[in-house]
Design a protein around this ligand. Structure first.
Ligand SMILES: CC(C)(COP(=O)(O)OP(=O)(O)OC[C@H]1O[C@@H](n2cnc3c(N)ncnc32)[C@H](O)[C@@H]1OP(=O)(O)O)[C@@H](O)C(=O)NCCC(=O)NCCS
Ligand SMILES: [Zn+2]
Length: 190
């Protein structure tokens, strides 16, 4: 890790947040280390926030587009040659889906949700949510973007299969649907 990452790691209070952050950093550095023929610690990453200048923004490296995400038991890093956004969320069965949907989803999506109940409704909401977050993370806007608007033209979003407890989506700023290859990081981390 670099100094910024060591400070970020130390600032997390909960062990699980530390673990998720550390995994994201490790996957990013090991993959880019191979790609750039550098030791992982020598890979130069920029985390400067466009809004406030603090090092909590979208992680950037020269010559590659990146997106990092963590939630629940999963951590993911996307690498692309086009601006990319990756979002994973653990499904929360106890969430107030209707309440959140009113502020976070488009009218058409709210109507779609009415077809579901219980955990299926929480899963459906989380699917929509990760699609939106992935798109907003691809453009770098984050949640400051307009959530209730339909997804912007020129952004391709694809759901990823990550099991029943989580939902995940990947977005690229591109006119063409992306070719997506999903790999486990287990071997990389061992
Ligand atoms: C940033 C944001 C998109 C993260 O989403 P999340 O679901 O809470 O968390 P995720 O685990 O999926 O994503 C976190 C990762 O997103 C990346 N990220 C941070 N800001 C980002 C942005 N504007 N666009 C894309 N990616 C961003 C970081 O790499 C971060 O991981 P890391 O710091 O461990 O490397 C979301 O919290 C957000 O939009 N926040 C509001 C924007 C904001 O407050 N910006 C700061 C202004 S001072
Ligand atoms: Zn900021």
């Amino acid at each position: 890790m670099d100094g910024v990452e060591r400070e970020r790691l130390a600032a997390y209070v909960r062990d699980e947040d530390k673990a998720r952050f550390l995994l994201g950093v490790t996957i990013t550095r090991r993959v880019l280390g191979v790609r750039f023929s550098l030791p992982p610690a020598k890979v130069s990453l920029d985390r400067t926030c466009f809004e406030c200048g603090k090092p909590h923004g979208k992680v950037r490296a020269d010559g590659v587009e990146l997106s990092v995400t963590h939630s629940g038991e999963l951590v993911g890093v996307a690498f692309s040659d086009q601006p990319v956004g990756l979002d994973v969320e653990k499904v929360d069965p106890g969430m107030d889906v209707d309440g959140v949907a009113r502020v976070a989803l488009s009218a058409a999506e709210v109507r779609e949700l009415e077809r579901y109940d219980g955990i299926a409704k929480a899963r459906a909401f989380t699917t929509y949510w990760t699609r939106k977050e992935a798109a907003l993370k691809a453009t770098g806007e984050g949640l400051r973007g307009e959530l209730r608007a339909p997804l912007a033209a020129g952004i391709q979003v694809q759901e990823l299969e990550v099991g029943a407890d989580h939902r995940a989506a990947l977005a690229v700023v591109s006119a063409e649907p992306p070719v997506v290859r999903v790999e486990s990081a287990t071997a990389l981390l061992s």
